[in-house]
Design a protein around this ligand. Structure first.
Ligand SMILES: [Zn+2]
Length: 146
């Protein structure tokens, strides 16, 4: 368990040091801001969606290591996927954080996001971890996507 936690924190650290998805998109069809007042995390998600597929996505903003790593990881996962598929993965992630789904095989498709699994042990950080995911979900549900 100890080694597993270390591995997971390495993944978070790495995404925090190399935030490859932290940039502004030149072309985008969706933009949504997410704010977590309890920590001060403030991110803006952008996505370029064509024919129901997330062709490109990125984020900007600031916040703690968890919120930034989580946004970076999420974008890696949703890029190139259909909006429908991305939403399914968002829901899977949220179910993992709520501990409704704990089966590692089922969570495998969350790729690096599985590193955030143990955040559910730290209630104060849960909002940091889910910020980007909630922001994407809200944007889609509010029908901001053309
Ligand atoms: Zn935070």
């Amino acid at each position: 368990m100890e080694a597993m936690n270390e591995l997971y924190s390495d993944i978070i650290l790495e995404h925090n040091q190399h935030q490859e998805n932290k940039r502004l998109l030149k072309i985008y069809t969706m933009e949504e801001r997410g704010h977590n007042p309890s920590c001060g995390d403030d991110i803006t998600l952008q996505a370029n969606i064509r024919d129901g597929v997330i062709v490109d996505a990125a984020y900007t903003g600031h916040g703690c290591a968890i919120s930034q790593a989580s946004a970076d990881i999420m974008i890696d996962i949703i890029k190139g996927k259909s909006v429908k598929e991305a939403l399914r993965l968002v829901d899977l992630f949220l179910e993992m954080i709520k501990r409704n789904i704990t089966d590692e095989d089922q969570l495998e498709e969350l790729e690096d996001a599985i590193a955030l699994k143990n955040i559910s042990n730290m209630p104060a950080r849960v909002k940091c971890a889910v910020l980007a995911w909630h922001t994407l979900k809200e944007a889609v549900e509010r029908g901001e996507i053309q």
